[in-house]
Design a protein around this ligand. Structure first.
Ligand code: ES4
Ligand code: ZN
Length: 327
């Protein structure tokens, strides 16, 4: 209980959060009404009951459908600012957040609309909540490399406002190598590189993210434990893994939190920290992820808590000087 209070009060960085995954059912209904869209659920409670996932794809189907209510820049701003308020309440100082340009451009929403809304929310949150926020667009790996290349082109006018690029969506059957040329171009542009790998996909996808894409951080990465040589590589290079326990639980990557590999990852000397992924869909924000993990995993102590929180800042792409100001 004492540790829980310390965890709640401690400064934090969030490095794995999809802004579309922060769209709470209440706001989804409000935006649907504002935009004259009819959702296929009678009310918020019925929608929440549908958040009963069996794997990553069963979640993605609802998640992409839910994003359909986002039509105007104001919609993106309202969604993002609501997240920033929750982040501030969780004592988050730094958030490097994902968004999925293709989820919106493919349904006829201009990238300029998405960017205008997100940028307005970021400016307001930096001013009024004291957060430091950076944007990382992710390419949808179930789409083609050609589509990702076109998306990277469309992002060029916003280059200075982007921290890096990532890779997300359905992992199985979509290995990192499919996007070799996209990430080569992104690296040439000086963008930082992250990629989802080893969530549902095999260790080979983590190797591919490191070696072919040049990933500097691995999103999830929990399946690395199946490959001792990979664990050694990740440990030696201290490649951060952005672990998302409530996501893993709700997408059936683990059967329950008591069996989450977090302690094994920490014991292996890997640079891990906790993150919330899609908190509106997975039942909790960063504070809840920390709280529930320390509740379910009694082998974790105050030392682990400190390591996880310190790692969250050290694994960020902010300068050491900036990091010092947050801790
Ligand atoms: C995601 Cl949990 C997860 N995995 C892959 N892609 C995603 N997009 C949003 N959440
Ligand atoms: Zn994710």
């Amino acid at each position: 209980a004492q540790l829980s209070a310390l965890l709640a009060a401690a400064p934090k960085a969030e490095l794995h959060l999809h802004i579309e995954g922060t769209l709470e059912p209440e706001l989804m209904f409000a935006l649907a009404r504002r935009n004259s869209i009819t959702l296929p659920y009678p009310d918020v409670e019925a929608l929440r009951r549908a958040y009963d996932f069996s794997d990553l794809q069963s979640f993605l189907d609802l998640y992409y459908a839910g994003a359909g209510v986002l039509q105007t820049a104001q919609d993106f701003e309202d969604m993002a600012y609501a997240y920033f308020e929750r982040a501030a309440a969780d004592r988050i100082r730094r958030a490097e957040i994902f968004f999925d340009p293709q989820t919106h451009t493919h349904r006829g929403i201009a990238l300029a609309t998405v960017m205008a809304g997100l940028e307005a929310a970021i400016a307001r949150a930096e001013r009024e909540l004291g957060l430091s926020i950076a944007l990382i667009p992710c390419f949808l790996r179930h789409l083609s490399e050609e589509d990702a290349l076109q998306t990277l082109d469309a992002l060029l006018p916003y280059r200075e406002r982007l921290l890096g690029v990532g890779l997300d969506s359905g992992e199985r059957g979509n290995p990192p190598e499919k996007f070799a040329r996209v990430f080569e171009r992104a690296r040439a542009l000086g963008l930082r590189i992250v990629a989802h790998a080893g969530e549902e996909g095999p260790p080979a996808y983590i190797w591919g993210a490191l070696q072919t894409l040049g990933a500097e951080r691995i999103d999830h990465g929990v399946r690395c434990l199946e490959d001792p040589a990979l664990v050694e590589e990740l440990r030696r290079r201290q490649v951060p893994l952005t672990v998302c326990p409530l996501s893993n639980l709700r997408l059936c990557v683990v059967p329950d939190l008591a069996q989450h590999p977090l302690p094994a990852l920490l014991d292996a000397g890997l640079k891990v920290m906790l993150n919330s992924d899609d908190p509106a869909y997975f039942g909790g924000y960063l504070g809840a992820n920390l709280d529930q993990c320390f509740e379910a995993l009694p082998q974790l102590d105050a030392r682990h808590a400190y390591t996880l929180l310190r790692n969250s800042f050290e694994a960020s792409f902010a300068s050491p000087e900036q990091q010092a100001g947050w801790i």
